[in-house]
Design a protein around this ligand. Structure first.
Ligand code: PA5
Length: 411
């Protein structure tokens, strides 16, 4: 296992963490029991199997062979995980580019995407568990019309890939009628826990990323043994902070390619825990950039947060700073300086009494990212169970949808 968590700077006594370990293990066992709804993702990496992975890789190869752009339409859990992983692992210029739409209602964004893909070969990937989401389906209508004009009915269907539940919904029914390729999103896996299903795996594979490695990393850590040995301490520590009055968790990265991973974490934790008037508000910051904007607040502002550093021990790429540069930096490398920034921020924050958890990945690879995704999914679910809320529902998101639909119906 590549991933380590360090709790030296949490300012929580070991005995207090120890006191919650048995309860955390019990909550983990509940997840594994299969008795809770929406826990299909728990065993998914172990059970997904070579055959399904090979089928996805084969489809991805076909797609890469016939399009310049693979336009993924989806919102929330139906796109964030894929974008997070692609941003981190895709090699630029390695064939078909994966683009995302259907996650906003912005005319300029759509116009620019349409003009970027105009005259190029495209395939569509429509991802929606419910098959009825406004953002996704309005964008689908727009791109489908363009594709029908360009390719005609049969070829449009051949170039449209759908991921949804294997049961009647608007998207499933339409895709079935038209003969599009449909991948199944299991009914017992919710959107924000679906990155390691075809929801994430298809776009990720089309981006040329090794999904077998990703699933291997996830299934290696899926082994209960890994979580038995103190890995759940992170979930425990989060709950201790909440009970001590902390209200914000700040995820902090030193690698700009992880920016969207921060977005994925915000959704995962925000939708899982923010209910019944409870929950830690998840925020993410990118260093060193945000040290020059939010650094002041962290150091001396309202102290109702704790930090979760997510760092890479052995970054693959580095650049030397030449001798012509200013004295203290000349001859060093950018990543050496990055490590100094990491240690410096931690030291300054520890000195100011700011509590911090460190999560360290040895390196960036499909395996380590698979591990990290599964780690956070498990920690998040256990954390919610520890704090007494249902990790898998999101009743609050319906309120705005109802109001929005009423306004749409008046248009
Ligand atoms: O995690 C979730 O459940 C949500 O973020 C959904 O993924 C999001 O609302 C999109 O829903 P759907 O996949 O049904 O289009």
């Amino acid at each position: 296992m590549d991933l380590k968590i360090e709790l030296e700077n949490t300012r929580i006594e070991e005995s207090r963490i120890q006191a919650s370990r048995q309860k955390a293990q019990e909550e983990l066992a509940k997840l594994w029991s299969g008795d809770l709804d929406f826990t299909g993702w728990v065993k998914d990496p172990l059970e997904f199997g070579e055959e399904k992975i090979s089928a996805l890789v084969k489809t991805a190869e076909e797609i890469r062979g016939k399009c310049d752009y693979f336009i993924v339409l989806g919102v929330g859990g139906s796109f964030m995980g894929a974008k997070a992983v692609i941003d981190i692992l895709a090699e630029p210029g390695s064939g078909t580019e994966v683009l995302f739409a259907g996650y906003n209602f912005n005319g300029r964004y759509l116009k620019e995407l349409i003009s970027k893909t105009d005259g190029k070969d495209v395939c569509l990937c429509v991802i929606s568990k419910s098959g009825t989401t406004t953002e996704t389906l309005s964008a689908y209508g727009i791109f489908k019309k363009l594709m029908l004009e360009k390719y005609g009915k049969d070829e449009t269907a051949k170039r449209t890939y759908v991921v949804t539940e294997n049961r009647s919904n608007f998207l499933f029914d339409e895709a079935t009628d038209e003969g599009c390729t449909i991948f199944d999103l299991p009914v017992d896996i919710g959107g924000r826990y679906s990155v390691l299903t075809p929801v994430g795996l298809l776009p990720i594979a089309v981006a040329g990323i090794d999904i077998k490695g990703l699933m291997k990393g996830a299934s290696d850590i899926t082994d209960k043994g890994a979580f038995a040995d103190k890995l759940l301490d992170y979930a425990i520590v989060r709950n201790i902070y909440y009970n001590k009055g902390k209200r914000i968790e700040v995820f902090e990265f030193f690698d700009p390619y992880f920016a969207f991973f921060g977005e994925w974490l915000k959704q995962l934790f925000g939708e899982t825990e923010g209910k019944e008037g409870r929950g830690l508000f998840p925020v993410s910051l990118m260093f060193s950039r945000d040290l020059h904007s939010m650094g002041q607040f962290l150091q001396q502002g309202t102290q109702d947060f704790f930090e979760t550093f997510i760092t890479i021990e052995e970054p693959e790429d580095d650049v030397e700073i030449p001798e012509i540069a200013m004295k203290p930096f000349a001859g060093k490398t950018i990543e050496q300086i990055n490590k100094c920034a990491e240690k410096g921020v931690l030291a300054a924050h520890v000195n100011a009494g700011i509590p911090a958890v460190s999560i360290k990945l040895k390196e960036v690879s499909p395996e380590s990212i698979g591990e990290l995704l599964y780690f956070f999914e498990t920690e998040c679910a256990v954390s919610a169970l520890l704090s007494g809320v249902d990790p898998f529902d999101q009743p609050g998101v319906e309120a705005y949808k109802k109001e929005m639909r009423a306004y749409i119906n008046q248009l």
